[in-house]
Ligand binder design. Sequence first.
Ligand code: ARG
Ligand code: ASP
Length: 720
Amino acid sequence: MLQRIVKPVLVVVFLLISHCTFATEGMWLPQLLSGLNEKEMKGMGMKITAADIYSINKGSLKDAIVSFGGFCTAEVISEQGLLLTNHHCGYGSIQKHSTLQNNFLEAGFWAKSLNEELVNPDLFATFIVRIDDITKAALRDVKPGMSESERQSAIDKRLNEIKETTKKESWQEILIKPFFEGNQYFLFVTETYRDVRLVGAPPSSIGKFGSDTDNWVWPRHTGDFSLFRIYAGKDGKPAPYSKDNVPLKPKYALTISMKGVKKDDFTMVLGFPGRTTEYLPSEAVKQTVEVLDAAKVEMRDAALKIMDGYMRKDPQIKIQYAAKFANTANYWKKWMGEMQGVKTTDGIGKKLRYEASYKELLNANPALKEQYAGVLDSLNSYYRQIQPYAQTRDYYSELVKHVELFDVSDKTIAFLNSVNDKGANQYAQLKEKFLTEMKSFYQNYNAGVDRDICVELLGIYNKGVPAAFRGGSYAQIWRENNNDSRAVTNILFTSSLASYDQLSKLLEQPYANVYAQLKEDPAIKFSMALRNTYVDQVSKPLSTLQAKVNSLQRTYMQAQMDVFAGKKRFYPDANFTLRVTYGKVDGYSPRDAVNYDYYTYLDGVMEKYIPGDYEFDVPAKLIELYKKKDYGRYGVNGKMPVCFIASNHTTGGNSGSPALNAYGELVGLNFDRTWEGTMSDINYDPSICRNIMVDIRYVLFIVDKYAGCTRLIDEMKLKG
Ligand code: ARG
Ligand code: ASP
């Protein structure tokens, strides 16, 4: 009797828990959906099957998704290989084709015919043909008690064999990646197309509307999209660029739904998320937000303030530093959101409670207890030990990233090494190559900005990094300058590397003189002292500790999977491989009394409009369309939808990913997350984690009504 009463209650409780905590978290492997997720996805409203998403026997959704250049995602949206991705993913290509007279970033670009589509030599698009689990074969020679390096070479040997013997077509490639911290291995058969041409891009005032102020922010009004096309050889196979190449006939092209989405609708996102760390122990989460993020934010705060000050005063510097500023600001803002998000959702408390239940279950199971006793405590303790080294690593990497003189020094050292290797008789030739590269670097360089950044960041570095890690030749330079970062900086900037003119003049001399002078150059001497000290005192001990952490982290990963077997589903951390994530369209409440709706409209673009502003200007043509409500078939009830949010679990690399509805039709284009939820990379929380998508109808409206590029609309499959 008791049982009968208790059982349904338990089931309800379990459903509630699993609904709240697991339903939208996870970046799942597409080939495992049928076993792990299909039922839940259908329960959430999905109307297609797992085999419609991933199949090796027929064209499926995965055949429309590509890794775009290795850093973003894109999807095929026509039978002629048309690719949709973000504006910020195509940005580099659009920039490379831009000149002062023809600035496509500013004015947008629309190829009127195939002939006008623009070639991008370094860009590629990679399809996933098939995914195989090769864990058993990969780990066959791994024995307990092996050191990390023994283990790795035993695995590498097997992986090489597997690569050699795996069946594939001649134009295909093989990629193998570790999952679950190296507990599992999967093999990907891929097809990479290297002729990917630029087809269309809106002006930045649409594609980057809101810029850094709105970056990571909801409500959002950015038309963050651009269009490319994959070209193939006449046989349809990957081929290097040739004017004779033809638009790719894809295995699968997405159908586009004109219906939009409403609250609680099922959505899924397919793409190539880059990096997450969801299975860290509590000590590591604490360290990430309280120490590491804080160090990086402190450095970037200072660098951004200085750039901003100069950019406001000097229009030339504004152009030179715009891209650097945006780049630095992107993760600066993300880390601040992450620090706050972990706090508001009690991320550390959640981890501690998770660890308590892990220990409870572990201790209740003698076999597992014997296998994994002490692993978690030991891992947490290693994280405590690694902290000063990890913190210094982050200070160091921010320092050398943001003081550009160190970067020039490194490039110059590499140049000198190459002349020394190849012989001084190659000097003239190598010099020309080096100077060409440096010329384009100095075009966007201002020594005044760099000097001020150097003073500040060196000061922060010395305050933040323990003295024990700042010894050796580095300490000596400081002693010689009364430990004053301005004095050190002043000496550094007497370097001939501080301007292109000085550098090129110096290089006019015979190589022996050049070498002798550069060896004594203050910037080169300092950056070598900085690096050598760092390598000796930090990175060497750090890599020993890191190997220990990695090995324990791997064991802890397996331990979690064993201890929670049947109680919790596990998905592997993001590693730039194809994943499926699903959730529901929904607003959120980030703070007391604040409730965000899940849709934005063109009206909101006009509310943000600041004429002439570099972030919030709106093109005249768009204002005109807005005034006339000339939305064609893309508007709804007299309004033009722009962006929406949902609880799909995404990260960097998911930009450009398609958002699909219950029928697997394209409804949106993923490009960002909401700021309050950026801690989803270490601790996803369904209450505030949302991904941001452009409504596909806004994309079509811009292509059709704004740009008049109807030839592109004609090749798409629009439905509804
Ligand atoms: N926050 C988005 C993503 O990493 C978009 C970044 C590009 N936009 C910008 N304003 N910087 O990465
Ligand atoms: N904006 C990111 C990207 O570029 C996506 C994200 O972090 O949510 O991939």
